[in-house]
Design a protein around this ligand. Structure first.
Ligand code: SF4
Length: 336
Protein backbone atom coordinates (compact mmCIF):
# COMPACT_ATOMS: atom_id res chain seq x y z
CA UNK A 1 0.00 0.00 0.00
CA UNK A 2 1.44 3.38 -0.90
CA UNK A 3 1.74 5.95 1.87
CA UNK A 4 2.72 9.61 2.10
CA UNK A 5 5.72 11.21 3.83
CA UNK A 6 4.19 10.70 7.29
CA UNK A 7 3.27 7.08 6.57
CA UNK A 8 -0.49 7.51 6.03
CA UNK A 9 -2.53 6.09 3.18
CA UNK A 10 -4.72 8.20 0.93
CA UNK A 11 -7.80 6.59 2.56
CA UNK A 12 -7.04 8.52 5.77
CA UNK A 13 -7.57 11.80 3.90
CA UNK A 14 -11.04 10.89 2.70
CA UNK A 15 -14.29 11.77 4.47
CA UNK A 16 -17.98 10.93 4.33
CA UNK A 17 -19.71 10.50 0.95
CA UNK A 18 -20.83 13.84 -0.49
CA UNK A 19 -24.47 14.92 -0.21
CA UNK A 20 -23.99 17.79 -2.71
CA UNK A 21 -25.51 17.69 -6.22
CA UNK A 22 -23.73 15.46 -8.72
CA UNK A 23 -21.43 17.63 -10.83
CA UNK A 24 -21.15 20.45 -8.26
CA UNK A 25 -17.76 22.18 -8.49
CA UNK A 26 -17.40 21.84 -4.72
CA UNK A 27 -17.05 18.05 -5.10
CA UNK A 28 -14.06 18.56 -7.41
CA UNK A 29 -12.48 20.92 -4.85
CA UNK A 30 -12.89 18.22 -2.19
CA UNK A 31 -10.97 15.77 -4.39
CA UNK A 32 -8.20 18.33 -4.97
CA UNK A 33 -8.03 18.98 -1.22
CA UNK A 34 -7.66 15.26 -0.49
CA UNK A 35 -4.77 15.03 -2.94
CA UNK A 36 -3.13 18.22 -1.68
CA UNK A 37 -3.33 17.21 2.00
CA UNK A 38 -2.14 13.65 1.28
CA UNK A 39 0.83 14.78 -0.82
CA UNK A 40 1.69 17.52 1.68
CA UNK A 41 1.60 15.01 4.56
CA UNK A 42 -0.73 16.98 6.83
CA UNK A 43 -1.21 15.17 10.17
CA UNK A 44 -5.00 14.75 10.68
CA UNK A 45 -4.80 15.45 14.44
CA UNK A 46 -3.28 18.88 13.68
CA UNK A 47 -5.84 19.84 11.04
CA UNK A 48 -8.77 22.09 12.03
CA UNK A 49 -11.52 22.25 9.39
CA UNK A 50 -13.67 25.34 9.93
CA UNK A 51 -16.76 26.48 8.04
CA UNK A 52 -19.89 28.61 8.17
CA UNK A 53 -23.19 28.08 6.33
CA UNK A 54 -23.95 27.22 2.71
CA UNK A 55 -23.39 24.34 0.29
CA UNK A 56 -19.64 25.10 0.47
CA UNK A 57 -19.61 24.89 4.23
CA UNK A 58 -20.62 21.22 4.12
CA UNK A 59 -17.29 20.43 2.43
CA UNK A 60 -15.29 19.75 5.64
CA UNK A 61 -17.40 16.61 6.19
CA UNK A 62 -16.09 15.10 2.96
CA UNK A 63 -12.34 14.96 3.66
CA UNK A 64 -10.00 13.85 6.48
CA UNK A 65 -12.69 12.37 8.68
CA UNK A 66 -10.32 12.09 11.66
CA UNK A 67 -9.46 15.81 11.72
CA UNK A 68 -11.13 18.37 13.97
CA UNK A 69 -14.16 20.13 12.48
CA UNK A 70 -16.26 23.11 13.49
CA UNK A 71 -19.31 24.27 11.54
CA UNK A 72 -20.07 27.77 12.82
CA UNK A 73 -22.91 30.20 12.22
CA UNK A 74 -23.32 32.06 8.93
CA UNK A 75 -20.32 34.26 8.08
CA UNK A 76 -18.60 33.74 11.43
CA UNK A 77 -16.04 31.12 10.44
CA UNK A 78 -13.10 33.61 10.70
CA UNK A 79 -13.79 34.26 14.38
CA UNK A 80 -13.87 30.56 15.20
CA UNK A 81 -10.75 29.97 13.09
CA UNK A 82 -8.91 32.83 14.84
CA UNK A 83 -9.78 31.38 18.24
CA UNK A 84 -8.60 27.91 17.24
CA UNK A 85 -5.27 29.26 15.95
CA UNK A 86 -4.63 31.39 19.04
CA UNK A 87 -5.38 28.44 21.33
CA UNK A 88 -3.09 26.09 19.42
CA UNK A 89 -0.68 27.72 16.99
CA UNK A 90 0.53 24.31 15.80
CA UNK A 91 -2.75 23.67 13.99
CA UNK A 92 -3.15 23.88 10.23
CA UNK A 93 -6.38 25.87 10.17
CA UNK A 94 -8.36 25.35 6.98
CA UNK A 95 -11.46 27.54 6.61
CA UNK A 96 -13.94 26.73 3.86
CA UNK A 97 -16.52 29.31 2.92
CA UNK A 98 -18.67 30.37 -0.01
CA UNK A 99 -19.39 33.62 -1.79
CA UNK A 100 -22.55 34.24 0.26
CA UNK A 101 -20.87 33.33 3.55
CA UNK A 102 -17.83 35.51 2.73
CA UNK A 103 -18.96 38.48 0.63
CA UNK A 104 -22.26 39.31 2.35
CA UNK A 105 -22.98 38.29 5.93
CA UNK A 106 -19.33 37.49 6.67
CA UNK A 107 -17.66 40.43 4.92
CA UNK A 108 -16.62 42.19 8.14
CA UNK A 109 -15.15 38.97 9.50
CA UNK A 110 -13.32 38.35 6.22
CA UNK A 111 -11.83 41.85 6.30
CA UNK A 112 -10.53 41.64 9.85
CA UNK A 113 -9.06 38.16 9.50
CA UNK A 114 -7.02 39.39 6.52
CA UNK A 115 -5.82 42.63 8.11
CA UNK A 116 -4.73 40.69 11.21
CA UNK A 117 -2.96 38.11 9.00
CA UNK A 118 -4.32 35.17 10.99
CA UNK A 119 -2.42 32.05 9.96
CA UNK A 120 -5.29 30.31 8.18
CA UNK A 121 -5.98 28.92 4.71
CA UNK A 122 -9.26 30.49 3.62
CA UNK A 123 -10.97 28.91 0.60
CA UNK A 124 -13.93 30.57 -1.09
CA UNK A 125 -15.96 28.10 -3.14
CA UNK A 126 -17.38 30.82 -5.38
CA UNK A 127 -20.37 30.20 -7.67
CA UNK A 128 -22.10 33.60 -7.64
CA UNK A 129 -25.37 32.30 -6.18
CA UNK A 130 -26.91 31.10 -2.93
CA UNK A 131 -27.24 27.42 -3.87
CA UNK A 132 -28.68 26.35 -0.51
CA UNK A 133 -31.65 28.73 -0.86
CA UNK A 134 -32.34 28.02 -4.53
CA UNK A 135 -30.07 30.27 -6.52
CA UNK A 136 -30.46 33.98 -5.70
CA UNK A 137 -27.51 36.18 -6.80
CA UNK A 138 -24.70 36.56 -4.32
CA UNK A 139 -22.48 39.65 -4.05
CA UNK A 140 -19.77 38.09 -6.25
CA UNK A 141 -22.08 37.76 -9.30
CA UNK A 142 -20.93 39.85 -12.26
CA UNK A 143 -23.00 42.80 -13.41
CA UNK A 144 -25.05 41.70 -16.40
CA UNK A 145 -25.02 37.99 -15.64
CA UNK A 146 -28.49 36.47 -15.45
CA UNK A 147 -30.39 34.02 -13.29
CA UNK A 148 -31.98 30.94 -14.84
CA UNK A 149 -35.24 32.88 -15.33
CA UNK A 150 -33.39 35.67 -17.19
CA UNK A 151 -33.30 38.24 -14.36
CA UNK A 152 -30.07 40.29 -14.74
CA UNK A 153 -27.77 41.26 -11.87
CA UNK A 154 -27.66 45.05 -11.65
CA UNK A 155 -25.39 45.42 -8.64
CA UNK A 156 -21.60 45.82 -8.80
CA UNK A 157 -19.62 42.70 -7.97
CA UNK A 158 -17.42 42.35 -4.90
CA UNK A 159 -14.07 40.99 -6.01
CA UNK A 160 -12.85 38.99 -2.99
CA UNK A 161 -9.27 38.87 -4.33
CA UNK A 162 -9.05 42.60 -5.01
CA UNK A 163 -10.52 43.30 -1.59
CA UNK A 164 -8.06 40.93 0.11
CA UNK A 165 -5.05 42.64 -1.52
CA UNK A 166 -6.40 46.07 -0.63
CA UNK A 167 -6.78 44.98 3.00
CA UNK A 168 -3.15 43.88 3.27
CA UNK A 169 -3.60 40.22 2.31
CA UNK A 170 -0.31 38.32 2.15
CA UNK A 171 -1.29 35.38 -0.11
CA UNK A 172 -4.05 35.84 -2.67
CA UNK A 173 -4.85 33.42 -5.48
CA UNK A 174 -7.68 32.57 -7.82
CA UNK A 175 -8.33 29.20 -9.38
CA UNK A 176 -11.02 27.03 -10.94
CA UNK A 177 -12.56 23.86 -9.48
CA UNK A 178 -11.93 22.08 -12.79
CA UNK A 179 -8.18 22.81 -12.77
CA UNK A 180 -6.59 20.44 -10.24
CA UNK A 181 -3.18 20.83 -11.88
CA UNK A 182 -3.14 24.47 -10.83
CA UNK A 183 -5.17 24.22 -7.61
CA UNK A 184 -3.28 21.40 -5.84
CA UNK A 185 0.13 23.18 -5.75
CA UNK A 186 -1.59 26.46 -4.87
CA UNK A 187 -3.21 24.71 -1.88
CA UNK A 188 0.11 23.26 -0.78
CA UNK A 189 1.81 26.66 -1.02
CA UNK A 190 -1.05 28.09 1.04
CA UNK A 191 -0.55 25.39 3.71
CA UNK A 192 3.10 26.50 3.97
CA UNK A 193 2.46 30.24 4.01
CA UNK A 194 2.51 31.89 7.44
CA UNK A 195 -0.48 34.21 7.43
CA UNK A 196 -3.92 34.35 5.84
CA UNK A 197 -3.93 32.56 2.48
CA UNK A 198 -6.95 33.43 0.37
CA UNK A 199 -7.84 31.19 -2.57
CA UNK A 200 -10.94 32.22 -4.48
CA UNK A 201 -12.03 29.11 -6.41
CA UNK A 202 -14.62 29.55 -9.15
CA UNK A 203 -16.83 26.52 -8.54
CA UNK A 204 -19.90 26.30 -10.81
CA UNK A 205 -23.29 25.50 -9.27
CA UNK A 206 -24.72 23.02 -11.78
CA UNK A 207 -28.23 23.26 -10.37
CA UNK A 208 -28.80 27.04 -10.30
CA UNK A 209 -26.00 28.81 -12.18
CA UNK A 210 -24.75 26.75 -15.13
CA UNK A 211 -26.85 28.25 -17.95
CA UNK A 212 -26.21 30.62 -20.85
CA UNK A 213 -26.10 34.12 -19.34
CA UNK A 214 -24.27 33.00 -16.20
CA UNK A 215 -20.70 34.27 -15.82
CA UNK A 216 -19.84 31.36 -13.54
CA UNK A 217 -20.99 28.41 -15.64
CA UNK A 218 -18.46 25.75 -16.68
CA UNK A 219 -18.71 26.92 -20.29
CA UNK A 220 -18.24 30.63 -19.48
CA UNK A 221 -15.27 30.07 -17.17
CA UNK A 222 -13.58 27.70 -19.65
CA UNK A 223 -14.00 30.28 -22.42
CA UNK A 224 -12.79 33.24 -20.34
CA UNK A 225 -10.13 31.74 -18.06
CA UNK A 226 -6.69 33.25 -18.54
CA UNK A 227 -3.98 31.32 -16.70
CA UNK A 228 -1.48 33.73 -15.27
CA UNK A 229 1.02 31.27 -13.88
CA UNK A 230 1.31 27.50 -13.48
CA UNK A 231 2.56 26.79 -9.95
CA UNK A 232 4.74 23.96 -8.67
CA UNK A 233 5.20 23.34 -4.95
CA UNK A 234 8.68 22.25 -3.84
CA UNK A 235 9.31 21.10 -0.25
CA UNK A 236 12.37 22.16 1.76
CA UNK A 237 15.42 20.19 0.66
CA UNK A 238 13.55 18.76 -2.31
CA UNK A 239 15.58 19.11 -5.47
CA UNK A 240 14.16 21.44 -8.10
CA UNK A 241 14.10 19.13 -11.09
CA UNK A 242 11.58 20.91 -13.26
CA UNK A 243 13.26 22.18 -16.38
CA UNK A 244 12.17 25.74 -17.03
CA UNK A 245 13.49 28.23 -19.53
CA UNK A 246 15.51 30.93 -17.74
CA UNK A 247 13.45 34.04 -17.21
CA UNK A 248 10.11 32.26 -17.44
CA UNK A 249 9.80 31.27 -13.78
CA UNK A 250 9.38 33.20 -10.56
CA UNK A 251 10.60 31.29 -7.49
CA UNK A 252 9.21 32.41 -4.13
CA UNK A 253 10.55 31.01 -0.88
CA UNK A 254 7.88 30.41 1.76
CA UNK A 255 8.42 30.73 5.49
CA UNK A 256 9.07 27.03 6.16
CA UNK A 257 11.76 26.83 3.46
CA UNK A 258 9.51 25.35 0.79
CA UNK A 259 9.16 27.12 -2.54
CA UNK A 260 6.48 27.89 -5.00
CA UNK A 261 7.69 28.07 -8.59
CA UNK A 262 5.45 30.15 -10.82
CA UNK A 263 5.84 29.34 -14.47
CA UNK A 264 4.73 32.30 -16.52
CA UNK A 265 2.13 31.23 -19.02
CA UNK A 266 0.30 34.17 -20.43
CA UNK A 267 2.20 37.34 -19.61
CA UNK A 268 5.17 38.66 -17.72
CA UNK A 269 3.89 39.01 -14.18
CA UNK A 270 5.44 39.73 -10.79
CA UNK A 271 3.38 38.09 -8.03
CA UNK A 272 5.08 40.24 -5.38
CA UNK A 273 3.73 43.54 -6.71
CA UNK A 274 0.61 44.70 -4.87
CA UNK A 275 -0.11 47.50 -7.36
CA UNK A 276 0.45 45.13 -10.29
CA UNK A 277 -2.01 42.63 -8.81
CA UNK A 278 -4.70 45.26 -8.26
CA UNK A 279 -4.26 46.63 -11.80
CA UNK A 280 -4.49 43.14 -13.27
CA UNK A 281 -7.71 42.40 -11.36
CA UNK A 282 -9.31 45.63 -12.61
CA UNK A 283 -8.14 45.09 -16.19
CA UNK A 284 -9.33 41.50 -16.32
CA UNK A 285 -12.71 42.41 -14.86
CA UNK A 286 -13.17 45.10 -17.52
CA UNK A 287 -12.39 42.59 -20.29
CA UNK A 288 -14.57 39.82 -18.81
CA UNK A 289 -11.61 37.50 -18.12
CA UNK A 290 -11.06 35.21 -15.13
CA UNK A 291 -7.36 35.45 -14.43
CA UNK A 292 -6.22 32.44 -12.39
CA UNK A 293 -2.99 31.69 -10.55
CA UNK A 294 -1.10 33.22 -7.64
CA UNK A 295 -2.00 36.91 -7.84
CA UNK A 296 -0.06 38.26 -4.90
CA UNK A 297 2.25 37.00 -2.15
CA UNK A 298 4.25 38.70 0.61
CA UNK A 299 6.18 36.36 2.89
CA UNK A 300 7.65 39.05 5.13
CA UNK A 301 4.65 40.03 7.27
CA UNK A 302 4.27 38.71 10.84
CA UNK A 303 1.12 36.73 11.51
CA UNK A 304 -1.26 37.38 14.41
CA UNK A 305 0.48 34.90 16.76
CA UNK A 306 3.80 36.71 16.23
CA UNK A 307 2.30 40.17 16.61
CA UNK A 308 0.64 39.09 19.85
CA UNK A 309 3.96 37.57 21.01
CA UNK A 310 2.37 34.25 21.87
CA UNK A 311 4.59 31.68 23.52
CA UNK A 312 6.10 28.97 21.34
CA UNK A 313 4.20 26.50 23.50
CA UNK A 314 0.57 26.46 22.36
CA UNK A 315 -1.69 28.24 24.87
CA UNK A 316 -3.77 25.11 25.37
CA UNK A 317 -0.65 23.31 26.69
CA UNK A 318 0.23 25.91 29.32
CA UNK A 319 -0.42 24.81 32.91
CA UNK A 320 -1.49 27.03 35.77
CA UNK A 321 2.07 27.20 37.08
CA UNK A 322 3.22 28.54 33.69
CA UNK A 323 0.72 31.37 33.86
CA UNK A 324 0.74 32.37 37.52
CA UNK A 325 3.55 34.39 39.10
CA UNK A 326 5.23 32.54 42.01
CA UNK A 327 4.88 33.77 45.64
CA UNK A 328 8.61 34.54 45.69
CA UNK A 329 8.51 36.60 42.51
CA UNK A 330 5.38 38.36 43.72
CA UNK A 331 7.09 39.32 47.00
CA UNK A 332 10.23 40.46 45.16
CA UNK A 333 8.13 42.61 42.87
CA UNK A 334 6.59 44.46 45.81
CA UNK A 335 9.96 45.00 47.52
CA UNK A 336 11.52 46.48 44.43
FE1 SF4 B 1 -23.55 22.61 -5.55
FE2 SF4 B 1 -25.43 24.28 -6.45
FE3 SF4 B 1 -26.09 21.81 -5.70
FE4 SF4 B 1 -25.35 23.63 -3.87
S1 SF4 B 1 -27.18 23.71 -5.17
S2 SF4 B 1 -24.67 21.47 -3.97
S3 SF4 B 1 -23.77 24.77 -4.99
S4 SF4 B 1 -24.75 22.37 -7.44
Amino acid sequence: MSVNIIGLSREVYKGLPTTLCAGCGHNSITNHLIKALYDYGAPPHLLAKMSGIGCSSKTPAYFVEQAHGFNGVHGRMPSAATGAKLANRELLVLGISGDGDTASIGLGQYAHMIRRNVDCVYLIENNGVYGLTKGQFSATAEVGSTLKNGTPNEFPTIDVCGLAIELGGTFVARSFSGDGKQLVPLLQAAFSHRGTSIIDIISPCVTFNDHVGSHMSYAYVKDHEVTLNAPDFIRPREEITVDYEPGTTQSIELEDGSRVLLRKVDRDYDATSRIGALSLIHESRASGEFVTGLLYVDTGVPDLCEREKLTATPLRDLKEDDLRISREDWAALFQA
